[in-house]
Design a protein around this ligand. Structure first.
Ligand code: P6P
Length: 334
């Protein structure tokens, strides 16, 4: 039950008992993410003031030019997670391969692996549009004491023990789940404290917002085209409203509060879709389902997809359950 003005720290302590198997590491892991989020938020908020904009001159494993803030955020989360000696491995959109982390006494006995998109939507930084961090947490499955392996990262999303995002928007929020519902915490920048502003967040079953990059319309599968046309027809509560920020975390967050659907389908340019299964779709899918929403690739539940590669892409449909079911119907009947 949310207590008025409860802080994130108090919430973590109060709900510690819900983290089965964990003797406090998962709480410390969430705390380390909280700290890293504050550090990144500080830089994101002053991006326009210092020469931190513009590409860092390098490209990441995705072939995308890296904004300096991408690099900064990646390093901030990796450093914070490493220093806390809680995780045995980290995978990041900004790193070609996963990073092995030794625990105290240089052994490999930490329990968790973390996968992150350190700054999603970073192409929006230069135009002052909200961006976000997305994180996903699993218990390792290979024997403790041995170096973490790719197998520990290639787990289906249903195995996640925690997932969440930070949205650096008009206010900075952490929204996360450990499998017991979804809670949102808003940062009071004056105090550097997150307050429990959005207890027990729920996706409305229905909505009237659809979020898709219609500039790619001609390349969409027929079923997606049919669903978009359905959204645009004059009937009942349609035409719906089209809202697309180009930042997954922002579009998802708005749709979870107001009701809506986000679609990034496969196209000719991106035959498997654009979004990454492990550190974008799986964490957002866990949050969606914990909030009563749904997430699929149009045919399969995202959380049941068996990963094969660290940076693999999947088509992604996520949001209000009745809207996702409707879109799936168009895609499966096309
Ligand atoms: P497009 C940002 O690069 C991102 O991964 C998501 O945050 C966002 O929803 C999508 O890609 C935007 O992609 O092709 O529409 O610009």
């Amino acid at each position: 039950m949310a207590q008025k003005n409860q802080t994130l720290g108090e919430f973590i302590i109060e709900n510690q008992s819900e983290f089965k198997y964990s003797s406090g590491e998962l709480s410390r892991l969430i705390n380390s993410i909280r700290l890293a989020a504050k550090v990144v938020n500080h830089e994101v908020n002053k991006a326009g003031l210092v020469d931190i904009l513009g590409a860092a001159g390098e490209t990441n494993v995705q072939g995308e030019s890296q904004q300096k803030l991408d690099v900064y955020a990646n390093e901030a989360f990796i450093k914070t997670l490493t220093n806390r000696e809680i995780v045995c491995g980290i995978a990041s959109e900004e790193e070609d391969h996963f990073i092995t982390i030794k625990g105290r006494n240089q052994n490999h006995d930490n329990k968790y692996v973390v996968l992150i998109d350190p700054l999603d939507g970073s192409s929006n930084i230069d135009v002052n549009v909200s961006v976000g961090t997305i994180f996903s947490v699993y218990r390792r499955i290979t024997p403790s004491g041995t170096p973490v392996t790719l197998e520990d990262f290639l787990q289906p999303g249903r195995n996640q023990v925690a997932a969440g995002y930070i949205i650096y928007g008009t206010s900075t929020m952490i929204v996360y789940t450990t499998g017991h519902g979804v809670n949102g915490f808003t940062l009071n920048p004056a105090l550097g404290t997150y307050y429990h502003s959005h207890p027990n967040m729920k996706f409305p079953q229905d909505g009237t917002i659809y979020s898709v990059n219609e500039g790619n319309y001609v390349h969409f599968p027929q079923g997606v085209k049919d669903y978009i046309k359905f959204c645009q027809e004059e009937e009942g509560d349609r035409p719906y409203t089209s809202r697309y920020i180009g930042s997954l975390v922002s579009d998802f967050h708005r749709n979870m509060i107001k009701g809506g659907i986000y679609i990034y389908p496969n196209t000719a340019k991106n035959p498997d879709g654009k979004l990454r299964l492990l550190y974008e779709c799986n964490p957002m899918a866990m949050i969606a389902e914990q909030a009563g929403g749904m997430a699929s690739d149009g045919f399969r539940r995202i959380l049941d997809i068996e990963p094969t590669e660290l940076h693999q892409r999947v088509p992604f449909i996520c949001g209000s359950s009745n809207m996702v079911r409707k879109a799936e119907k168009f895609m499966q009947n096309a």
